[in-house]
Ligand binder design. Structure first.
Ligand SMILES: Nc1nc2c(ncn2[C@@H]2O[C@H](COP(=O)(O)OP(=O)(O)OP(=O)(O)O)[C@@H](O)[C@H]2O)c(=O)[nH]1
Ligand SMILES: [Mg+2]
Length: 414
């Protein structure tokens, strides 16, 4: 695996099969390889080349066509590459055949993402989720028959064990998988209990979601001083963090809860989605979604689509979305600045979380969204009804408050 040989840098060639062949569908080999390149960098590898083949289908034996393999060999030789990374998950036999043909490390997108997750997991829950995903991935590679598969047992680079050892491995792995699933399940239900107890007298919850590396954690840090790791790396955040964000209003203050979540990406491996389901689904329990977009990204539109598709995939639909176009400090092209809108959002806003530009507009945007779900009330409360007024102040928005002879006049959204 990439991380296991930190001292030994991998020089890799990225390989993709473009099954669209100029078609109308949304797969964009270049954009997908840009993303794979970022993934490879994050995992510590150096990308030295790319190869894209247009084919109606993946080659079942070797992923790319046999003719293309010679071209790839030449490329590997010329660039002094030590490995390749394919843009799609390979079957065990595809991996074995390619390794044999090319005689360099053969990795696929899933392995690289798993490596990154493994290196970035901090909490015990995160670590267990990664281990589960890795074991499931290995298991699916161990169940095949034949000696070619055993070569792949321990990940790339290691020569696998014999058949008898494999059977033992399978048993041990299955046992560990079952144990991990139980423990993760316990943690999830524990979290549900704490979430439930938070529900009473609660503040509105906003989940910060979006494509990876767009600045979600930077935004939460800027607003709440949460001190979360924010880095120019994919999947810097693997755990959810919730913080109170308090802002001033003409009359009083508003508190909301902001939750930072795992970033999204194309082709997120299904093993990871399964293992991280409870973490990825955190946004399900939010009242509203804050969708952060890297406004300066060349693949902005595609990345927004990835974020919405992932939300759909996780069953997070029907919530009001505020879209925040971040990193506007990086935009130099005027045309790029022009296209900053999102028809799926109820509100959108352009900011730079890093430079603090536009953040002052956020309270107004949040208020207007909260207001849509509140009703305007106008009433005179008795002086012994102060607790009601503080309830309104905490969970609603007071616009006018006046102490009169006959009581306290309140005009508020609640
Ligand atoms: N120029 C610029 N860079 C930013 C801005 N906001 C964040 N960044 C940088 O973008 C990189 C990613 O930021 P993060 O906050 O880690 O992004 P994230 O969305 O939490 O990423 P993951 O957790 O990895 O999915 C960091 O290097 C930040 O410094 C911004 O407004 N302008
Ligand atoms: Mg983050």
């Amino acid at each position: 695996m990439l991380y296991e040989n930190k001292e030994e840098i991998e020089y890799v060639i990225l390989v993709a099969v473009d099954t669209e062949a100029g078609g109308l569908s949304s797969y964009d080999a270049d954009a997908s390889l840009d993303e794979l390149s970022e993934l490879a960098n994050t995992a510590g590898a150096v990308v030295v080349g790319r190869l894209v083949q247009k084919l109606p289908h993946f080659n079942p034996a070797t992923y790319i066509g046999s003719g293309k393999i010679d071209e790839l060999k030449t490329l590997i030789y010329a660039a002094n590459a030590t490995g390749i990374i394919t843009d799609d998950e390979l079957s065990p036999s595809q991996m074995a055949k390619l390794s044999k043909e090319l005689d360099v490390k053969v990795m696929d997108r899933t392995m690289v993402i798993l490596d990154i997750f493994a290196a970035h997991a901090v909490t015990s829950e995160g670590k267990m989720q990664v281990e589960l995903a890795q074991l499931e991935y290995r298991l699916s590679r161990l169940t095949g028959k034949g000696t070619s598969m055993s070569r792949l047992g321990g990940g790339i680079g290691t020569r696998g064990p014999g058949e008898k050892k494999l059977e033992q491995d399978r048993r041990v792995i299955r046992k560990r998988v079952a144990q991990l699933k139980r423990e993760i399940n316990d943690m999830t239900s524990h979290r549900e209990i704490t979430r439930h107890s938070r529900e009473q007298g609660r503040y509105p919850v906003f989940a910060i979601v979006g494509y990876t590396n767009v600045g979600k954690s930077t935004l939460l840090n800027a607003l709440t001083g949460a001190g979360i790791l924010a880095e120019d790396k994919l999947f810097a955040t693997l755990d959810t963090t919730t913080r109170v964000y308090e802002y001033k209003k003409p009359a009083g203050k508003q508190k909301i809860l902001l939750t930072d979540t795992v970033g999204f990406i194309r082709k997120l491996p299904h093993n990871l989605i399964d293992a991280f389901r409870s973490t990825l689904e955190e946004a399900k329990y939010a009242d509203y979604i804050i969708h952060v977009v890297d406004a300066s990204s060349e693949n902005r539109a595609a990345e927004m689509k990835v974020a919405y598709n992932t939300l759909d995939q996780l069953g997070i639909t029907g919530k009001k979305v505020i879209t925040i176009f971040n990193k506007i400090d990086k935009i130099i092209d005027e045309d790029m600045r022009m296209g900053l809108f999102d028809i799926r959002a109820v509100k959108y806003l352009s900011i730079s979380a890093k430079d603090g530009i536009g953040l002052d507009k956020l309270p107004e945007v949040i208020d207007s969204v909260l207001r849509e779900d509140r009703q305007l009330i106008e009433r005179i409360f008795d002086y012994n009804e102060m607790s009601k007024i503080s309830e309104i102040k905490q969970n609603g928005e007071v616009i006018e408050e006046e102490y009169r002879d006959d009581g306290i006049y309140i005009k508020a959204y609640f």
